[in-house]
Structure formats: C-alpha cells, structure tokens
Design a protein around this ligand. Sequence first.
Ligand SMILES: Cc1cc2nc3c(=O)[nH]c(=O)nc-3n(C[C@H](O)[C@H](O)[C@H](O)COP(=O)(O)OP(=O)(O)OC[C@H]3O[C@@H](n4cnc5c(N)ncnc54)[C@H](O)[C@@H]3O)c2cc1C
Length: 378
Amino acid sequence: MESFDVIVAGLGAMGSAAADHLARRGARVLGIDPWQPPHDAGSSGGETRLIRKAYFEHPDYVPLLARAYDNWADLEAETGDRVLYRTGTVYVGDPAGELIRGSRLAADTHGLPLLELDDPGLAELHPFLRRPEGYAALFEPDAGLLLCERAVAAQLRRAAAHGATLRYGERVLGFDRAGGPGGVEVSIGGRRVRAGALVITAGSWAPALLASLGLSLRVTRQPLFWIPAPAGFELGTVPCWAVQRPEAPGLFYGFPALPAAFGGHAGIKLAHHHPGEAADPDAPRSAATAAELTVLLRAVAPFLPALNGPALASKVCLYTSTADGHFVIDRHPEHPGVVFGCGFSGHGFKFASVVGEALADLALEGRSALPIGFLGLR
Ligand SMILES: Cc1cc2nc3c(=O)[nH]c(=O)nc-3n(C[C@H](O)[C@H](O)[C@H](O)COP(=O)(O)OP(=O)(O)OC[C@H]3O[C@@H](n4cnc5c(N)ncnc54)[C@H](O)[C@@H]3O)c2cc1C
C-alpha cells in the first residue's frame, strides 16, 4: 500500500496552504483534489478577497491575522508572486451596527490603526463613496485585497517545489483507523493509501467527509458581479470599501478595478456578504441574475451613487457557514490522525496562510501554539 506522512484532502485556499506548510517542514505530503485548483467550483474563485485586521467579527481573530499577514509576505518573498495589495479599506455603517462597533473594538483591543473619517476626509480617500446622514466612516490603512487564484497557485507551486505530490482528478471518499499504532487509511477513488495523518480541507464538500461529527454547516450560493468602473476607480487610486445598512443583513463590499495586465475581468467587483440561498455543491449552479444585480445596486446607491450596471461578468461561489459564523479548526475526536478546517463562513480566505500553518501543527504535532482554541469543535 502506498504511504505518506500526511494526506491533504482538498487543495483550495486552506488545503494548498496546509500542503505548503507541511512540505516545507519536510513531511512527505500527498494532496488530492477532484478539480485542479485554483478553480471556480468551490469557495476560492473570483479574483479578489478582502483582507483586514480590525476584525469586527471578533477581536480574537486579530493575532491570527497578524500571523497571516506575515505568512502572505513570506509567500510573496519566496515565490516572487505579489498576492496582497494594501489598498486600505473604508467602512461605512450605522455607528451602533456590527461593522463599526466591532471594527473599533478590535482596533482598540489590539492597538490597530483605524481612522475616523469626516466628509472631507472621506472625499479625499474615496471620491465616489458617500456617508449618508447618521452613518460613521472609518479607514483601515492596513486592509486591502488578496488575489485569490494567484495565492492558491503560489501555495501549490511552493508545496510542489518542496516535494509535495499533488494529484488532481481524484477524490477522497473516506477514512479509517489504520491497523497498528496511530495513522489513518484513506480511501482515494478505488484505492487505499496509508498516512500518519489526514488533513480535511474540502470546503463545501467537508460536511460529507465529516458527517459523523454532526457539524451544523450550511452551504450557500453567493453571486459576484463586475460592473463598469467610473474613471478614477482603479487599483492604486481608491481603497476597497464595505458598507453596512441597519435594515439589510450582512455587508455590501467591493474592490477597485484591477489592471488589464492581471488578466481578470474588466470593471469593479461588488458583492453582498450575507447568509445566502442554500445550495448543493454537487448540483449544477444557477447563474447570477440581472435581478440580483439590481437589488445589489439599489442597496449600495446611497453610498456609491456613480455605480451602475449592466454586469460585465458574474460568477457564483459557495459559502460553507457554521451557525455562529466562526471557523472550525480541530482534531477529529474519534480519529486522532484526522484534523480538519471547515465552516469558513464567507470570511476565511485572508486566514488561509495561517490556517495552513495551524493544520500542519495539528497534523504533525497534535497541537498548535497558534491561538486557535476559540475555533475548536463546539
Ligand atoms: C463570493 C465569496 C466572497 C468571499 N469573500 C471573502 C473575502 O473578501 N475575504 C475573505 O477572507 N474570505 C472571503 N470569502 C471566503 C473564502 O473565500 C473561503 O472561506 C475560502 O475560500 C474557503 O477555502 P476552502 O479551502 O475551505 O474551500 P475551497 O477553496 O473551495 O477548497 C476546497 C477544495 O476541496 C476540494 N474537494 C472537494 N471534495 C473533495 C474530496 N472528496 N476530496 C478531496 N478534495 C475535495 C474542492 O475541489 C476544492 O478545491 C469569500 C467566499 C466567497 C464564495
């Protein structure tokens, strides 16, 4: 039977990072994915992801973010691929809402730069963005965007350069305790492969592989749109933005237009971070509609009146969300050789570089010194 130190099931954002960290520590790694990442079938497509440190979701994420920023910088330095652009991000929201209150709390708790903006300050930073009466505006200079496909590709390339075996077009179907002390036998297609540990990072397909844990994970459909960019709305000219309206769930957010040389879609990308409609990851996905774009443009019109359709392009991605919106990163309670990271709830990408490190710790040492305790099974 073939054998490896660690098998990684799923090579998207989290699995490519785990394979990268494991291979750089000298582990013999086998990475498996039914598609060839980076791809659009899961949660990590669509060109860009927001990265920020004044984390409104919970201040406990901030130390992990500090490490994630360091790890992204290390990836860039070693591969020569730029993946992170510190454009800064403007947050506009109800002062009593989660975005403004939570960002201020995380910044105060951890001493992060977060500037309060008055109208002239906002106009200078982002001439297209308005602050309606009664709203607060903040600017986080360390926030910005990650190029998601480029980041996944760089992690996989570095993993392979350090000896990881990456196999595409195959699927992990299940796992059992191996005979003898420790280890796990993993069923891949029709074969069984033995490993010291299995890392499950299968995104929207993780609920099936982890069914025995009874995790409450919900997979949802999330449309993204690219629309025409007014002149002056380019990368390097304006920051990213996120707005929260008291009467609508979640956040509306967007990015500056990327240069044509990046090879992506023309225009500016915008989306709505919210629970979304339930989806089956294996079923054909209904395309994003003009009606969905109209709803999005109406919601952001008071903040960005210059934005207009039609859609130049659209995509539908998947979220896999926990009931409380926080990730789950832990060891399997019944299978000591199995570790997993799932339920990234639509905000995990920015953490991939540190989640990979934590999963490598759990797989090789059974524990991690990184502050992931608050993300354990619950
Ligand atoms: C529209 C959208 C916008 C987002 N915006 C942001 C943002 O601005 N900032 C942010 O930080 N996060 C954001 N996120 C969230 C972030 O992108 C996700 O949390 C992250 O990509 C999840 O990574 P993953 O590795 O868990 O899943 P994926 O990247 O989907 O990887 C899972 C992999 O597992 C593979 N797989 C499936 N089944 C099997 C199997 N049986 N065996 C082996 N492999 C398997 C799949 O092919 C896939 O490659 C957004 C997500 C979406 C969808």
